[in-house]
Design a protein. Sequence first.
Length: 344
Amino acid sequence: MSKSLYFLLILMYVGMNPMRSSAQQPLKPKYVLAIHGGAGTILKENMTDSLEQAYIEKLTESLQAGYDQIKQGKSSLDAIEAAIHVMEDSPLFNAGKGAVFTNQGKNELDAAIMDGSNLKAGAVAGITTIKNPISAARAVMDKSEHVMMVGRGAEEFAANNGLEVVDPRYFWTKQRWEGLQRALERDAERAELDHDDKKAFLPPYKDEKFGTVGCVALDQHGNLAAGTSTGGMTNKKFGRVGDSPIIGAGTYANNATVAISCTGWGEYYIRTVAAYNVSSKIQNAKMGVREASQAVIQEIEQLGGDGGMIAIDRNGEVAMPFNTQGMYRGKVTADGKITVEIYK
Ligand code: ASP
């Protein structure tokens, strides 16, 4: 045997021996679902034990609801709807029940969902009477020829498709109302990130600042999907729409690359086309999901914005970067192991 053939055989053995490679590179857990409950000035010292516990429990319940769908072989879209319903129905989050107020004292909700298998998407903006906006977004995707519907037309469409309608007063909560009053006092002109209201962390209001919700998932059929639901920003102008319902800005999914849901100062996410930007970096710059999502958070920061995002790629790799003090977040592995985190 020639010397070079001998070396080639050794190289092939080293490269192909599965025992060797698994000993050197322990397999990373494969994730199937991740959620966020908003990013912002979330500091341990401003949190009571009971509030922290309430968050951990709700985030866990949401992850479990999404995971149950995946485990049963349901679609990533079903998993997203299930996980987001849990957070929309809780006053802890700025989505559904806990939505923040506009400068006119109304709750205007935005949501979007996207199917990575066929790039279909649905979104609603500025709705005031649909209990679960993420399902309204899904109805637009599944049952209309459109991608985005706003205001009364979206509400009527959702109602006609059997979604639960509530009186706008359903979304009224004392803590959000008081948050608006303080914001109005401070600066009537400037829309602000609800969770960056530092005053709100001072007693007795310190337990009222929470964020947008989102979910990304990878189902057993290999399909990625993403969904986001929000009340927007406290004291936002009547009629303002943020990034969450804008496909490519706050929400995006593509089986070829990644599923993304964002949270943060929406205007910056729109301007950086944040969610699609991550996908593009994976596809065109051949970056990994962590590197790509971190790079986009940096672009947002350079413009003066802040927030975070969750991302899952087709291999079940999850990234959850943020440049704020904290982000309510969690993920679950293919075998059901749940992890929840809040702070940096
Ligand atoms: N991105 C949302 C918006 O600008 C707010 C948030 O994520 O907290 O409407």
